[in-house]
Design a binder for this molecule. Structure first.
Ligand code: SAM
Length: 307
């Protein structure tokens, strides 16, 4: 697939990428052509034929740049200094769709290694506050380094099982937004081996789905939460539509599904009425990993829905 780069702000502009594109063979003439072609919005078909040193603004996500396959930014100054992060396009959907307002308090419930946390911080313009939780010490250490390098300051990391975080604790009383990206089977990952998928037993899938339901229910217990983005990189309905449906039923009329990103081409499987409000992503349809996102909001509240 294509190489995708997310700008984190901190003074990174299109010019930085134009400079990169000119590194090899640029001339002034190329530069003019490049600058005009770089900022054009492409179609998915155009993305497929992207080559050489050309790059495009993504057609769906405004802070995403699309480069030809095999472009490698790992040694680039912009990446090593933390000004950009490299992330699959589908993984950029949850923070974008959660769309927390400037200065707000946000929980990232299963946060490590922090890709979505850094995206949230960029959306929040490093203001407000992010409470980030994870159980895995090693992943949290990586996350801390990554967030510091990216200049994220408005966050607090905790090594804690999110299920044990008390929703009534006054420190979370202003949390309006929750990003929930729990452990899943990973069945949507393009690099996943067929053997790994074959080894995913029905019991393991049920155990994951049980955890995902519990953690989603728990997140909705935070008293001020208005909007929540739930995501997995799984293709299985058991971890996606079924989890969302079960929890919505349990909530009665307290929460509803937002019709997230209506122009996104790939929708939730029609397993329950309203499931098409959820998003799916796949290598074939959206040139991304397999992914799922649902956005829930508290009923009776008007929430801004990105179009
Ligand atoms: N959101 C992360 C990102 O964008 O970089 C990826 C999260 S990964 C899909 C799921 C994470 O959930 C793992 O790091 C795992 O350690 C964590 N996790 C699993 N059970 C948890 C729990 N009970 N409470 C908090 N975190 C948990």
């Amino acid at each position: 697939g294509c190489c995708l780069v997310m700008k984190l702000g901190r003074g990174v502009g299109w010019r930085d990428f134009c400079t990169w594109a000119l590194d090899v063979s640029g001339t002034e003439c190329d530069k003019a052509e490049l600058c005009s072609s770089s900022v054009c919005v492409g179609s998915v078909e155009e993305l497929k034929i992207l080559s050489g040193k050309k790059f495009l603004l993504d057609i769906h996500l405004p802070e995403l740049l699309v480069f030809p396959p095999q472009t490698d930014f790992h040694d680039n100054r912009l990446y090593t200094s933390g000004h950009i992060i490299l992330q699959d396009k589908a993984s950029c959907l949850p923070a974008f769709l959660l769309s927390p307002s400037a200065g707000s308090h946000v929980i990232d419930a299963c946060a490590a290694p922090g890709n979505k946390t850094s995206h949230l911080a960029a959306i929040l313009k490093n203001k407000g506050h992010i409470f980030a939780f994870d159980v895995d010490t090693k992943r949290l250490a990586t996350m801390n380094t990554m967030l510091m390098r990216a200049g994220v300051t408005s966050f607090k990391l905790a090594q804690q099982d999110f299920l044990t975080v008390d929703p009534q604790d006054p420190k979370y009383s202003k949390v309006k937004y929750i990003l929930l990206d729990p452990s899943c089977s990973g069945s949507g990952m393009v690099a996943r081996l067929p053997l790994e998928e074959a080894a995913l037993s029905a019991e393991r899938l049920q155990a994951l789905a049980g955890f995902q339901r519990r953690v989603l229910s728990h997140a909705l217990r935070f008293p001020a939460v208005q909007r929540l983005a739930y995501s997995t990189c799984s293709v299985h309905r058991e971890e996606n539509e079924d989890v969302v449906h079960a929890v919505l039923q349990e909530q009665g009329s307290a929460f509803r599904l937002v019709n997230a990103f209506p122009s996104w081409p790939c929708r939730g499987l029609a397993t329950f009425p309203g499931a098409e409000c959820c998003l799916r992503a796949s290598p074939a349809d959206t040139l991304t990993q397999g992914f799922f996102v649902a956005v829930l909001e508290r009923c009776g509240e008007e929430a801004a829905v990105p179009s």
